[in-house]
Design a protein around this ligand. Structure first.
Ligand code: ZN
Length: 429
C-alpha cells in the first residue's frame, strides 16, 4: 500500500484523460484491507484500468474519465482465492453412480453454474484439484464463454493402484476387466518411471499443477482413509518432474505417515492434513510446506455421515471420524506456525458457500484479519502467482467488497456485495 502524496494524486488526475478509451473504473471504498500486513488501512480509491490495478489512492477520490463505483460503508479486499475446489461436481446421494450415467458433457454443463456461484461469492481465483472437465471449464472461462473465477486446474489426480484417485475403485470385475487396469494416462502409477510419465501426461493434457493422493481418502470407495499410498521415491519423482514443467504439487493427505512422505518428497501443500501432529508441523516448517485445511469439507461429510444412505457403508465411518477432526488439527497447525493457505474442497460441500471456511477458521481462535490473509496474500504464494492476492498497482483488478468490517465480524464474508475480476464487475451493491 502506497502513501499517496497530493502531487501523486494530481498526476493521476492529469494522467486519466490520457487513457481515455481505456476502460477505467474507480472503486471508492469505505475501507481497504491490506493483505500483506493483514490490516485495514482506511478509506481509499482503487483505480482499475484495462483489467489491472493502476493506482490505489489513500482517500475517496474522483478520477477523471472513470466509471465510479460507490462502496461507502464497505471494505474492499483483494479477490479471494480458494486453493481447493472441484468445479466438476457437488456431493449428492447419487454421486457414486454418476460416472455410469453422466457424460463429460453433463459434468461440464453442471459446472457452469458452480463456477458462476463461486465467482459471485467473491472468489475470483480457484485451484481446481481434480475433476473430469476442469481444464475445459478453465478454458471456457478464459475465452469468455462462461462466467467464473480464474482457474488453475490440476486435471486428473495422480494416485497408486487402489488409491484415493484410482478411477476403478469399487467397480465389479466385469467392468474393471473391460476397462483394463488404469495406468499413468488415467492417473494411476506404481514406481518412479510411471510417476514421471503421469506428470508428463498431465502436462500434455494442459494441467497447471499436479495433485497427488498421498493417502487414502474419505469419499473414495475404499476401506482406508489414511494409509500411506506412495513411497517417498515416487513422491520425489513426481515433484522433480513437476518442477521441469513449472508445476507445483498439491498432496491430498490424512494419515501421518503419508503426510511425512509427501513433505519429505517436497510437495508444495498438504491438503486436509487430518492426523498431523507437532512432529509433522516441525517438518512442514523446515520444508516450507503449506497447509490447506479444507475444514468445510470435514464439517460437511461429518454431518452427512449421520444421514443413513447418503454415503455408501464403506465411506460412512471414514466421513464421521476424519471429517470431525480437521478443524481441531487446523487450530493446532496455525498455532504451531505452519503456513496456511485457504481451501474448502468445495464440491464436497456446496459451491458458493466457500466463505464459510473463514468462520470455521476464526472459530478456532484465528484472528479474522489473518483468516482473510490466507485467502489472499498467502494463497497467491501457494499458487506461485505474483499478480493476484494484493491490491497493488500492476496486479489484476480482482476486488471483493462486503458491507462493514469483516476483520471484526467474519460472518460478513458471506454478504458479498461487489465482485470485480480482471476489471470486469460481476456483482455490485
Ligand atoms: Zn478435494
Amino acid at each position: 500500500m502506497h502513501t499517496i502524496r497530493p502531487a501523486a494524486l494530481l498526476a493521476i488526475l492529469i494522467a486519466a484523460p490520457a487513457v481515455a478509451g481505456a476502460a477505467t473504473t474507480a472503486l471508492q471504498c469505505g475501507n481497504i484491507y491490506d493483505s500483506k500486513s493483514a490490516r485495514l488501512v482506511g478509506a481509499g480509491t482503487i483505480v482499475v484500468t484495462d483489467g489491472r490495478i493502476a493506482q490505489v489512492l489513500r482517500e475517496r477520490a474522483d478520477v477523471a474519465g472513470a466509471e465510479v463505483v460507490d462502496l461507502a460503508g464497505h471494505t474492499c479486499m483483494p479477490g479471494w482465492i480458494d486453493l481447493h475446489v472441484h468445479l466438476s461436481g457437488e456431493s449428492n446421494p447419487d454421486s457414486y453412480s454418476e460416472r455410469f450415467r453422466l457424460d463429460d458433457t453433463d459434468f461440464a454443463y453442471r459446472s457452469v453454474g458452480y463456477a458462476e456461484k463461486t465467482l459471485l461469492a467473491g472468489f475470483t481465483t480457484v485451484r481446481d484439484l481434480g475433476g473430469a472437465v476442469s481444464i475445459a471449464v478453465r478454458n471456457a472461462i478464459n475465452r469468455g464463454y462462461i462466467k467464473g473465477p480464474r482457474v488453475y486446474a490440476a486435471g486428473k489426480l495422480i494416485s497408486t493402484t487402489g488409491g484415493h484417485g484410482d478411477p476403478n475403485n469399487g467397480l465389479n470385475s466385469e467392468i474393471a476387466e473391460a476397462l483394463g487396469p488404469p495406468g499413468p494416462t488415467e492417473g494411476v502409477i506404481n514406481g518412479v518411471d510411471e510417476a514421471r510419465q503421469a506428470v508428463r501426461q498431465r502436462y500434455k493434457e494442459g494441467s497447471d499443477l499436479i495433485k497427488i493422493t498421498a493417502t487414502g481418502g474419505v469419499l473414495s470407495y475404499a476401506k482406508s482413509g489414511d494409509a500411506p499410498q506412495f513411497t517417498v521415491e515416487e513422491v520425489r519423482a513426481i515433484v522433480e518432474t513437476a518442477r521441469d514443467y513449472g508445476f507445483t504439487v498439491a498432496a491430498h493427505a490424512h494419515g501421518k505417515e503419508g503426510i511425512r512422505r509427501a513433505v519429505e518428497g517436497g510437495v508444495t501443500s498438504i491438503e486436509h492434513g487430518t492426523y498431523m501432529d507437532e512432529e509433522i508441523f516441525a517438518l512442514m516448517k523446515k520444508h516450507g510446506t503449506w497447509y490447506v485445511p479444507t475444514i468445510s469439507a470435514g464439517q460437511f461429510v461429518a454431518e452427512k455421515a449421520k444421514i443413513p444412505g447418503f454415503y455408501p457403508e464403506i465411506v460412512r465411518p471414514k466421513a464421521a471420524r476424519i471429517g470431525a477432526q480437521i478443524q481441531d488439527t487446523f487450530g493446532k497447525a496455525w498455532r504451531a506456525g505452519v503456513k496456511i493457505g485457504f481451501g474448502t474442497d468445495q464440491g464436497v460441500a456446496l459451491h458458493g458457500d466457500n466463505a464459510r471456511e473463514f468462520g470455521f477458521m476464526v472459530d478456532t481462535g484465528m484472528p479474522a484479519a489473518t483468516a482473510l490473509q490466507t485467502a489472499t496474500y498467502n494463497a497467491a504464494q501457494v499458487l506461485g502467482v505474483t499478480d493476484i492476492g494484493q491490491l497493488e498497482p500492476g496486479f489484476h483488478g480482482d476486488v471483493v467488497a462486503v458491507p462493514g468490517d469483516p476483520t471484526t465480524d467474519i460472518a460478513l464474508t458471506s454478504k458479498v456485495d461487489f465482485v470485480m475480476k480482471g476489471g470486469v464487475i460481476h456483482r455490485r451493491p
